[in-house]
Design a protein around this ligand. Structure first.
Ligand code: FAQ
Length: 339
């Protein structure tokens, strides 16, 4: 459904210029040549320090988003309206936990530890996606997260399957397959409600009204305000700009909303024949910056829940370490006896 976000504009495929003189020049030239040939950079390869740093930033923010993103829907597992919906939701929320783990593992290949990354999240130093700071007030919110939030996540993540850093690109392939199921289950849950009672239809419309604009902001600030884009696009990490992905998402979603029978809450949304795209109203970027700077509706609750879950799990980590130490001691003893 979202394979259109594999298409790369021509300007995004140009080779990266070599800029370094001195001892690292040969390494830099090899790195640039690999990128220009659309090759993958692997953990053992030389890479510029800034490339490594930006990957750690983006991959860890992405991992944190997946883990914090378990909370809004996790709140509804015990209140799902049927056994079938509960089983689907459980599987989905567990998938998000798995995505966080693949992504922390991908970040660790860059020489940082998961403990450091998690610590930065818990201390409020690391970002995670703005969208997970909004509340899930009704069951329809769960369907809307699947349809719109996972839909936006796929639109953003399909191009990341072609990112220049091998471990990140490979993690994204599996993640996108699972996100696709998440999007479908959300759409399916909403379709069932839209075929139900007036009260259910109203619930869906209310949820769409509340989530639409925050979802559009998930793609990040407008290109002109996107501080990282120019460099990450030159490095082939980001393949399509924030605004271009947002536009692709709007164009795809308008048609899906028609099938569902909901109204997208933007009076400025209309087809622009000349551009060949839907126009949409300006977004409230003050709200976006407020939310990512810690002052959204649920920021404090999300972080407190995460820190508590980590603290409550301390005994599991301690038990796993004690078991590993005991096993190592037993194996060392067996080796000594055999010698
Ligand atoms: N929220 O220069 P740019 C999901 C920050 S996963 C918070 O444009 P960049 C699955 C940005 O970090 C959702 N902060 O940044 C799921 C930067 O600050 P910094 C997560 C944001 O990196 C579904 C500053 O603003 N997906 O949903 C946001 O080039 C359902 C300037 O921005 C990913 O992480 C934001 N929305 O582009 C799970 C995908 N946008 O770090 C559970 C990978 C921007 O310089 C349930 N990441 N900022 O201090 C990316 O593609 C990029 O990092 C962007 C941002 C596009 C998110």
């Amino acid at each position: 459904m979202y394979t259109q976000s594999l298409d790369l504009p021509r300007s995004h495929q140009e080779p990266v210029p070599t800029t370094v003189d001195g001892p690292d020049a040969a390494h830099q030239a090899a790195f640039d040549a690999k990128l220009a040939a659309d090759g993958k950079i692997e953990p053992q390869d030389w890479m510029p320090a800034a490339y490594r740093k930006t990957l750690v930033r983006q991959i860890s923010q992405h991992a944190h988003s997946e883990i914090i993103g378990m909370q809004p829907e996790g709140n509804w597992i015990s209140r799902a309206p049927s056994l079938k919906r509960k089983a689907i939701l459980l599987a989905k929320v567990q998938d998000e936990g798995g995505h966080g783990l693949y992504l922390y593992a991908a970040a660790e290949t860059l020489g940082v530890s998961r403990d450091e990354l998690v610590d930065a999240l818990h201390k409020g130093k690391a970002k995670y996606s703005s969208i997970f700071n909004y509340p899930t007030l009704t069951w329809a919110d769960v369907g809307v997260i699947g349809w719109l939030v996972d839909g936006a996540a796929i639109m953003n993540q399909i191009p990341l399957c072609r990112c220049s850093y091998g471990p990140y690109a490979r993690a994204m392939i599996r993640i996108c397959k699972e996100e696709s199921f998440h999007q479908r289950q959300g759409f399916d849950a909403l379709l069932a409600m839209m075929r139900g009672t007036d009260a259910q239809r109203e619930m869906v419309q209310d949820a769409v009204n509340r989530w639409w604009f925050p979802v559009l902001m998930m793609f990040g600030p407008p290109d002109a305000a996107s501080t990282n884009s120019a460099q990450t696009m030159a490095w082939g990490i980001k393949r399509i700009s924030n605004d271009d992905l947002r536009q692709k998402f709007v164009d795809a979603t308008v048609e899906q909303a028609k099938v569902l029978g909901v109204t997208l809450p933007d009076p400025g949304l209309r087809w622009n024949e000349e551009r060949g795209h839907y126009d949409y109203s300006p977004l409230d970027w003050d709200e976006f910056w407020r939310v990512i700077n810690g002052d959204g509706p649920c920021n404090r609750e999300r972080l407190a829940t995460r820190v508590k879950a980590h603290d409550d799990g301390a005994w599991v980590r301690e038990a796993a370490l004690a078991h590993a130490a005991k096993r190592a001691a037993r194996e060392a003893g067996a080796e000594r006896a055999a010698a």
